[in-house]
Design a protein. Structure first.
Length: 357
C-alpha cells in the first residue's frame, strides 16, 4: 500500500465488538451447560436502542446460537478460537500466527455467522453512534477521506475516491479479510477499507490477503498501521541498445511484506503497463516544454541537468500519487545518468534530441 488508513476511523467499532462479546459470552455459557441470555440482555444499555433498530439482529443471532447449541464442547471451542483469531488485529497479518476458519469443519455455523455479520455490515450504513448525527459508515468515510493522500485509493494510488457528500455514492468498503472465509471479522472496522472500485471488484474480490500464491500464510501489511511501501525504479535501463524503450525494473520496500499486496492487486503490471510504458514519452515531452518555457538550453549538459532538477520537483503535483512517485523517480534516474561519467554523454545526447520532438 502506498499510504495507510487513519486508526481514528475505527473508533466507532461498537457493532462488531458488541456482537463478538455477546457471542463469546453465549458460547462460554453453552460450554458450561447453561442457557445464554437473550440477545438484548447482552447488549450494553447505551447501544440497545440502536440494536433494536436492526430488526434482524435477534433472529440471526438466535439462528447462530441454535447451530451451536448441540455441538460438542471441542466444536464450540473451535468456534471461539475462530471468533478470536479472525479479529486478532494486527497479529493476524503475521505469517507466524494462524487465522482459523470453520468454513469446512462447521459449515452450518459458518453460514449462520456469515449471515449475522453481513447484516451487521449493512447496518454500518444505517446506525449511528449515540450522540452522532452521522451513520457509522458516513463518519468513517469523512475521517478516512480527510486523511488519504489526494483522496486516492491507497492500494493503487491510481483511483480517486468519491468525496463525502450525501448526493454521491460512497466508495466501496472492502473486507480486507474476505467475509466468505472470515465472517467473524465481517463488521470489524479494522478489517474494512475504503477502496477504489477497480481495486475491489477487478482485483481484490474474495482473494485471501493472508495467503500467498501457494496458500501459505504470509506476512501482510496492516492497512491501519503507520507503514507503507516505497517504490524505486533503480535498476531500470533507460537507454537499452537498439533504440528500444526503457527496460523497467520496479523494486518495493519492504519487499516480503508487500508481496501479497502486489500480487493480489497486480501492482507491478498495472504500474508498468498503465503508467510507465504508456506515459514516459509524455513526461519527456513535458520536460522539454518546461525547459523551453523556463529558458533552459538542454543542448548544454549543465543546463539540461538544472532543468531536470527543477522539473523533478513539479512531479509531486501530479493528481494521482502513484504517477507522482514513478514520474519523480524516472527523472531522478535521468539526473543520475546525466551525472554518471560513463553514461552522461549518451544520456545528454538523448535529452538534447528532445528539442526536436
Amino acid at each position: 500500500m502506498l499510504f495507510n488508513y487513519p486508526i481514528a476511523a475505527t473508533a466507532n467499532n461498537w457493532i462488531s465488538t458488541t456482537l463478538l462479546n455477546a457471542l463469546q459470552t453465549a458460547l462460554e455459557a453453552l460450554q458450561q451447560g447453561n442457557e445464554p441470555l437473550v440477545f438484548l440482555e447482552t447488549i450494553p444499555e447505551v447501544y440497545q436502542e440502536q440494536f433494536s433498530r436492526g430488526k434482524k439482529f435477534v433472529e440471526l443471532y438466535n439462528v447462530l446460537l441454535d447451530e451451536c447449541r448441540n455441538l460438542e464442547e471441542h466444536q464450540q471451542h473451535l468456534i471461539l478460537t475462530a471468533l478470536s483469531g479472525q479479529n486478532h488485529f494486527p497479529g493476524v497479518y503475521s505469517m507466524n500466527e494462524t487465522c482459523p476458519t470453520i468454513a469446512e469443519t462447521l459449515p452450518a455455523v459458518h453460514k449462520a455467522t456469515r449471515a449475522l455479520f453481513e447484516y451487521a455490515f449493512l447496518k454500518l450504513s444505517d446506525l449511528k453512534t449515540p450522540g452522532s448525527n452521522l451513520t457509522i459508515r458516513a463518519d468513517y468515510h469523512e475521517i478516512v477521506y480527510s486523511h488519504l493522500e489526494k483522496g486516492c485509493c491507497p492500494f493503487c494510488g491510481l483511483e480517486l475516491l468519491e468525496a463525502p457528500d450525501p448526493d454521491l455514492v460512497d466508495p466501496d468498503l472492502d473486507h480486507y479479510l474476505a467475509v466468505s472465509k472470515y465472517p467473524f471479522a465481517g463488521a470489524n472496522l479494522l478489517n474494512l477499507t475504503a477502496m477504489g472500485t477497480t481495486c475491489n471488484r477487478s482485483y481484490k474480490g474474495a482473494s485471501d490477503i493472508l495467503l500467498d500464491e501457494l496458500n501459505r500464510k504470509a506476512d501482510c501489511i496492516d492497512p491501519y498501521a503507520d507503514e507503507h511501501v516505497t517504490i524505486s525504479l533503480n535498476g531500470t535501463i533507460l537507454l537499452p541498445s537498439g533504440g528500444r524503450g526503457p527496460t523497467w525494473r520496479l523494486t518495493f520496500n519492504p519487499d516480503v511484506k508487500s508481496r501479497n499486496w502486489r500480487r493480489v492487486f497486480k501492482i507491478e503490471q498495472r504500474f508498468r503497463v498503465n503508467i510507465l510504458e504508456k506515459q514516459y514519452k509524455t513526461w519527456l515531452e513535458q520536460y522539454a516544454q518546461y525547459a523551453h518555457e523556463h529558458a533552459f538550453d538542454i543542448s548544454n549538459k549543465e543546463s539540461a541537468i538544472d532543468a531536470v532538477r527543477k522539473f523533478k520537483k513539479t512531479c509531486a503535483f501530479e493528481t494521482l500519487p502513484a504517477i507522482a512517485r514513478l514520474k519523480g523517480d524516472f527523472f531522478e534516474l535521468i539526473e543520475t545518468e546525466l551525472n554518471h561519467p560513463l553514461e552522461e554523454n549518451r544520456m545528454h545526447n538523448f535529452i538534447a534530441a528532445l528539442k526536436k520532438i
